[in-house]
Design a protein around this ligand. Sequence first.
Ligand code: HSE
Length: 298
Amino acid sequence: KSIKLFCPATVANLSCGFDVLGLCLDNVGDEMIIHKTNEPGVRITKIVGADLPLEAEKNVAGVAALSMLSQWQTDFGFDIEIHKKIKAGSGIGSSAASAAGAVFGINELLGKPFEPKDLVWFAGWGEHAASGSYHADNVAPALLGGFTLVRGYNPLDVIKIDSPPDLFVAVIHPQIEVKTAEARAVLKKEVPLKAAIAQWGNVGGLVAGLYTHDYELIGRCLHDGVAEPYRKALIPGFDETKKTAMAHGALGAGISGSGPSIFALCKGLSTAEKVADAMSDIYETIGLPYHRHVSPVN
Ligand code: HSE
């Protein structure tokens, strides 16, 4: 028995929601094939498109799968084949796609003993292996789709959030690598009260805007005083790209996950295309190769 999967890319943080908010891209992702085998255990048999460890204990897909199988013993095993299309260190959830794909696929092959929210927990351990910290803001949207909120980590409490039908995301990925661990190392360990108040006001406002389809409110909430001020130095052309996105009609823009990708939320596909083109022009001018994506959020 085998299963072939699409493992979607994701945008985490969404400016105000560091480590808690995320959304799923519809049309960007990896492919994974998982075969059920007679031999117990998890093996990564093939990785195409990236230079990543094949040892299951060192591979995010393997770590996530092993975390799940520690709760569900089997006398058979799994071979995982990964076709990476999302580059590592891109800021659009490359490790999350692998971790989420592995637990989703194996759960299907087991006859679905686990709920999607349990899968988020197991996949988070893959993220832990990749970045040294447990966070689920990419694996949650990869597994649940759409917009998600990690309401709490202890215990993990993941909520799927409604979003308006005409919400699109434009993503520009300048081709440099930013390691999540390094992008976390530049952050301050403490947040001044004033910045915290602004941040939680924006998270609440953003969720309200998503539920009430208030695009203007959504835009007003896309600010980040916690990570962006420190991380933007790692991304060439960030300020200009964000400014250009806003000038071309984006509701808001910011760093996608830990960067270097930059996202812009937009109302309507044509605006999202225009914004993606304008952001691309910045990198054409800088002379830095890039990838450009436009996707619906749902
Ligand atoms: N919330 C995480 C971060 C996402 O910003 O570090 C990166 O995977």
